[in-house]
Design a protein around this ligand. Structure first.
Ligand code: BJ8
Length: 427
């Protein structure tokens, strides 16, 4: 390996708090080593994703800065509903801004109630503490009217960054679908204004193909996880999903395809990361934004293996494709809006789609149990756990609900409870 690049001048130009950021960078490698790199029998194809995570504030940011210096724009978002195809079609780079670490939470709690979901506090905290180069690079931050905490946080965020909010309906009625289609069109106009680039059917068609290609690769990867033994750990599969939110689309699809080939060979040879008798678990619930691999880490060091994530950092990220057959911008935007409204975030009501989908995934991935993970104070996912549990009971799959935050204080207690659940599954 060559000499490590010095990114400090770049971070300084982005207005980051270099000292505080350095402390974060010093802490991450040992966490990453313990949770990810120390796992036995990892696929070789993970090397790229390890490097991408280690360089997440380095090499990828350098590419983004180069893009900005060449006149390109960067758009950050916190939710899968924000149509990435529109951003790509205008030649901009899209990045995920959801915070998955305790970083900046103290700063955020000076402005937000303490009893708020850690993802919201961490997202604002990353901006306030000037420790996230993605936030610092963003020319526009796109919010959405999903949960109440996020909606109100965006009002505060406006004091610190340019914010644009999309109005997401919370039902799937014909009127709601119409509203969302109008919102997608309004977003296109905003992105064109920001970038100075017109979106036409060619650029939008290509963007749809790029994003679909990434989704299809992730679908292929996840297909392999139906096999027993599981060819890849839940932590590694989550790491791949996390990188998808930051990486260049083409490069990501290429590297993930290489990994898929290796996993398919493993499946054919019945080679896996855990003994075939290991209890197979699905994680269902709130997103696990980088570097929050707390739940899969706990599960996989407690005798289980994670084979599926029913979450935005899992199945929801790649499950639906956009129809590629449309030949006008209007029809393409309609297809983009239709795809998004097939998602089943817990902010929707009623949300039968999600309940049905959890059951379907539990069967398809042959899971023995479900860990329902909710970030503390997330009301929508917490309340919806009741219906999910009832549906799983009907197919005799036990579910265990855990609420957690980004700190380490609850790790011991969570581990004891998760171990007991997995032991019960193994009997
Ligand atoms: S589509 S899951 S990315 S909104 S965990 S901040 S819901 S209080 S993140 Fe999400 Fe879009 Fe839905 Fe997905 Fe609020 Fe709950 Fe916190 Fe959450």
């Amino acid at each position: 390996m060559g000499k490590k690049a010095d990114y400090c001048p770049m971070w300084e130009r982005l207005g980051m708090d270099i000292e505080a950021h350095q402390q974060l960078m010093n802490a991450l490698p040992s966490m990453f080593q313990e949770a990810i790199l120390d796992q036995p029998n990892r696929p070789r194809g993970m090397d790229y994703f390890d490097l991408a995570m280690m360089e997440i504030h380095g090499a990828r940011i350098q590419e983004i800065v180069n893009h900005k210096e060449a006149g390109g724009k960067v758009i950050g978002a916190f939710c899968l509903y924000v149509p990435e195809e529109v951003v790509l079609a205008a030649g901009a780079i899209m990045v995920g801004l959801c915070g998955g670490a305790e970083v900046g939470i103290a700063e955020a709690e000076a402005l937000l109630p303490r009893n708020l979901c850690p993802l919201i506090k961490s997202s604002l905290g990353f901006k306030l503490s000037r420790m996230c180069p993605y936030f610092q690079s963003a020319d526009l931050v796109v919010g959405e009217t999903t949960c109440d905490g996020k909606k109100k946080m965006y009002e505060i965020l406006r004091d610190f960054a340019p914010v644009y909010v999309m109005e997401l309906p919370q039902t799937k009625s014909p009127a709601a679908k119409k509203l969302w289609f109008e919102e997608v069109k309004r977003f296109k106009v905003e992105v064109e204004r920001l970038t100075g680039n017109q979106i036409d059917k060619k650029s939008l068609g290509e963007a749809i193909k790029f994003t679909n290609r990434r989704r299809k690769t992730l679908q292929r990867l996840n297909e392999t996880r139906r096999a027993n033994p599981a060819p890849i750990s839940g932590r590694d599969a989550l790491l791949v999903s996390m990188i998808a939110f930051f990486d260049d689309y083409n490069r990501f699809s290429e590297k993930a395809s290489v990994l898929c080939e290796e996993l398919e060979t493993r499946v054919a040879q019945r080679e896996g990361v855990a003994d075939p008798s290991t209890p197979r678990l699905m994680i269902s619930g709130t997103p696990m934004a980088a570097p929050n691999w707390k739940l899969p880490h706990l599960i996989e060091t407690s005798g289980g293996v994670v084979v599926c994530e029913e979450a935005c950092t899992g199945q929801r990220l790649f499950r639906e494709l956009v129809d590629e057959s449309n030949s006008s911008v209007e029809a393409q935007l309609r297809a983009i809006s239709k795809r998004a409204l097939k998602y089943d975030c817990a902010c929707f009501t009623p949300n039968d789609d999600r309940i049905e989908n959890v059951v379907k995934l539990a069967k398809e991935y042959h899971v023995n149990g479900v860990i329902y993970g909710v970030l503390q104070n997330c009301q929508t996912y917490s309340v919806e756990s009741y219906r999910v549990e009832q549906a799983l009971k009907r197919i005799n799959i036990p579910m265990y609900k855990v609420e957690y935050d980004y700190g380490m204080g609850d790790v011991g207690q969570l581990k004891t409870r998760i171990e007991a659940f997995i032991e019960m599954l193994a009997r």
